[in-house]
Design a protein around this ligand. Structure first.
Ligand code: GDP
Length: 303
């Protein structure tokens, strides 16, 4: 996985190459530091993290009088790692171990097109590979195609999909039925796909909040995963905030990292929401979901 992650990120990743090129200049003058800053901003690291990183790196390089490129690279790696993985209780494990008598319930939320349904499908596959019994809930009832797409993933992975047979059914009631089916069949995990029409912000908020409240009649929701498309970079942050106002997000899934040089968004989103990135999407295929590993990620950024 690490090798694949490196290869995928490196293909589209201007960050590592650009930075290392700049850092290997004979003279690290003010212009060069500006360019380094610019490169980090282009990677969507965000203004504050970028300033912090550059200030710290510059200080360390100056104080230590480091000239050796490998050493500078090592310092850069340390500083990036500190931003990507600030520690502070960012628990990246998925709460998919159920309590006695009921399945773990995972809600997947996010704006349409970010990769929610695909993520649910891939995650189901990961869980099935771990010998877990999974039920999918198609609570995006607005578009019939959404439920069809989820059911296709269900078939592919070999797990049942609970859906409504009519368009526009109450999403909360489908989610409720999915968890009910999970309880009745003694499933381990219920994954609920939700709608994400951001055009109607108030409606969406009401709907998601209601889905969660109704599901909670069966017991607590164990994870609320927010799916963000990494290619939207900082623009995704506003969406992230909207969702976090409606439901208590417990983890981020950053999708489409295979197609972007904007991996710096990991830092921004964790800071803004105070929630860890738990999973990353690296393609459209069933095996293209990986746990987020900060070390591997930083290595890939600098590949
Ligand atoms: P939803 O509307 O949020 O449910 O989004 P979908 O799951 O339908 O995904 C939207 C598009 O993004 C589809 O074409 C997916 O195949 C694609 N997609 C999802 N995740 C990834 C990813 O990690 N990498 C790439 N390259 N494409 C992805």
């Amino acid at each position: 996985r690490l090798v694949r992650l490196r290869a995928r990120l490196a293909r589209s990743n201007a960050l590592g190459r650009g930075l290392l090129e700049l850092l290997s200049r004979d003279k690290l003058d003010a212009d060069t530091w500006d360019e380094i800053e610019e490169t980090l901003l282009m990677a969507d690291l965000g203004v504050d993290p970028t300033t912090e990183l550059v200030d710290r790196l510059r200080e360390r390089v100056t104080v230590l009088g480091v000239r050796d490129v490998d050493q500078v690279r090592g310092l850069l790696r340390e500083e990036l790692k500190a931003l990507v993985d600030p520690g502070e209780g960012l628990d990246r494990s998925l709460a998919v171990d159920h309590a006695p008598g009921r399945p773990a319930v995972v809600m997947v939320v996010g704006v349409n097109g970010t990769g929610k349904t695909t993520t649910v499908g891939k995650l189901a596959r990961v869980l099935v590979a771990e010998d877990k019994d999974v039920v999918l809930g198609a609570a995006d009832t607005f578009r019939a195609a959404a439920a069809d797409q989820l059911a296709t993933w269900g078939d592919r992975v070999g797990v049942p999909t609970i859906r409504s047979d009519r368009d526009g059914a109450d999403p909360a009631s489908v989610a409720f039925d999915a968890v009910k089916a999970g309880i009745e069949t003694e499933a381990d995990v219920v994954l609920i796909d939700t709608a994400g029409r951001l055009q109607n912000k108030v409606g969406l908020m009401d709907e998601l909040g209601k889905v969660k409240r109704v599901v909670e009649k069966h017991g607590p929701v164990d994870e609320v995963l927010l799916v963000l498309d990494a290619t939207t970079g900082q623009n995704g942050m506003q969406q992230a905030k909207v969702f976090s106002e409606v439901v208590n997000i417990t983890g981020i899934v950053l999708t489409k990292l295979d197609g972007t040089a904007k991996g710096g968004i990991v830092v921004a989103v964790q800071r803004t929401l105070g929630v860890p990135v738990k999973l990353i999407g690296l393609g459209e295929g069933p095996d293209d979901l990986a746990p987020f590993d900060p070390d591997a990620f930083v290595d890939a950024l600098l590949a």
